[in-house]
Every structure is written in structure tokens, then in C-alpha cells.
Design a protein around this ligand. Sequence first.
Ligand code: NAD
Length: 289
Amino acid sequence: MKIAFIGLGNMGGGMAANLVKAGHAVNAFDLSVEALTRAQENGCATFTSVRDAVDGVDAVVSMLPNGKIVDSVFETDVLSHAPKGAILLDCSTIDVDTARKVTADAVAAGYDMVDAPVSGGIAAANGGTLTFMVGGTDTAFARAEPILSAMGKAVIHAGTSGAGQAAKICNNMLLGASMIATCETFSMAEKLGLDLQTFYDISSKASGQNWSMTSYCPVPDVGPTSPADNDYQGGFATALMLKDLKLAMEAAQSVNADVPMGARAAELYARFDADGKGSLDFSAIIQSL
Ligand code: NAD
């Protein structure tokens, strides 16, 4: 297949390289010259405009920073210039309403499109082990699935247009709140004089067990290796968690959902980010509790 890939940053760079490894011809476009150089080294053909990159392709994949940029790139350059019949896949994390709007515009212009945000960070993007949550019609999903499979270990059809983004922000709202709950619990356990490894051994086998504890423990030297064991470097940045929590709060408001724990998590991550900790892994929030 000939696939245009737009947005070759931390995530998109590795994803495009995996499409090349799977035997696809990849046309790459990014505003950054460095990103394009890396894409070329990884076997992509590089272009100086979206319009040239999407010319004659079978599919267009985007991995961009936010909804405004996604809307503008598709509206201005993709929908008018990609061949009719190409399948369009936006893998960026964006708000549900914009995802639905861009897909509706694409469908009106004669394309199949899915929203397909990812779970997994830069290592998973490079290693081809992302999980994709996909929103779109059955036809669009069936067309997108083989392309996404080349970049991930799981591709799940979440529902109709926007459902991929909805699943992503619901999952990350739960993750943000459960990470903070895990962090405050370890801090309190320590103040109560508990040995943290002993508390981990108990709670990881009791009803407090959760992913933030047993797969991503925020306490150094406790549980499996995690960013806590590397001074909270790497992993999933606080700034990205905050971005997802803001999207979750917007979505909650739009459907009048009562999310007190998610709202508190958004406040606490905003405060931690404002303290200059945005680049640290999100489990570093234990330092503020
Ligand atoms: P990034 O900033 O590293 O990459 C974004 C790329 O888009 C950059 O190279 C930038 O130059 C390019 N870009 C911006 N505007 C453009 C335009 N108009 N045309 C073409 N290229 C343009 O970001 P990232 O970490 O790769 O994240 C990309 C998306 O993936 C975001 O929506 C993010 O929320 C999501 N995401 C990131 C992670 C992660 O761990 N980094 C994990 C899951 C999801």
C-alpha cells in the first residue's frame, strides 16, 4: 500500500518506520526538518507539503498535537487532495467533538475515516506494540485494521465515530485518578510507619490492587521496574496526562457527567505541571503529596 503519514514526532516517527518495515511505501510530511530527516533515514519518502504527500495514496495516517491542527490539515489539504476512496486514519489524541466533525467532513467528501488514538508511549510506538482504540463504521474499521496492526499489538473497535477518542480519555481519566490515589496511599502508609515493600506485598494481593500500583509503581525500588526507578524520566509525561485530563473534563461537561475524582486529578496535575514538572513521568506526582 502507499500511505501518507503526517506528523512524524515522538510517536509518529516510530509508527511510520513500522509501516515501512511492514512493506508499505510511506510518504512522510512534517513541518519539522529534523523529523523529515529521521523519516527519510527510516525509509520514508519525504515531501514539502501535505498536498504532495497525499497525492496518489491508498491511505492517510496523521499523528498530530491537537484537534485544531488535525481539523485544519484535513480540511485544507487532505480532503481536497487525497484520492477519493483513500482510507483516512487520525491517531492523534484530540477532543471527541472535533474527531466527529473531521470524520463527518471526510464522509461528506466521499472518504472512509476512523479516529484511532493510541495507548502506549514512545517505546510502544517504536516497538510496534501500541494499542489502538478505533471509532468508525464497520467498513472503515475493516479497512483501517490491517494498517493499524502493522503499528500495534491490539486494534479494538470501540464504536462509531468519536468512540476511539471517548475510550482513550475515559481510560486516561481513570489512570490519572488511580495514580494519584496510589501515590497518596503510599505516602500515608509511610507516615504510618509501614515498610513500603511490605505494604506493596499486602495491597498488591488485596482489594487495593490496581495497575498504577502493580505495573507502574510510583515508589522507587518497589514493584516491577518503572519510571520511578529512573528518577521519573521517560514514561508518560505529566504534560501529556494533563492534556488528556483537560480533554476528559471538556467531554464530561459536554454530556453533563459528574466526575469529581477526574476533576480533582485534573486540578492536581495542572498544579504539578505549573510547578515545572511537566516533563517528568506522571507517577512523579507522588513528590507533591
Ligand atoms: P510531537 O510533538 O513529538 O509530534 C507532533 C509532530 O507533529 C511534530 O513533529 C510537529 O512538527 C508535527 N506537526 C505539528 N503541526 C503540523 C502540521 N500542521 N503539519 C504537519 N506536521 C505538524 O508529539 P507526540 O508525542 O508524537 O504526540 C502526537 C500525538 O500522540 C498527540 O496527540 C499526543 O497526545 C498523542 N500521544 C502521545 C503519546 C506520547 O507518549 N508521546 C502517547 C499517546 C498519545
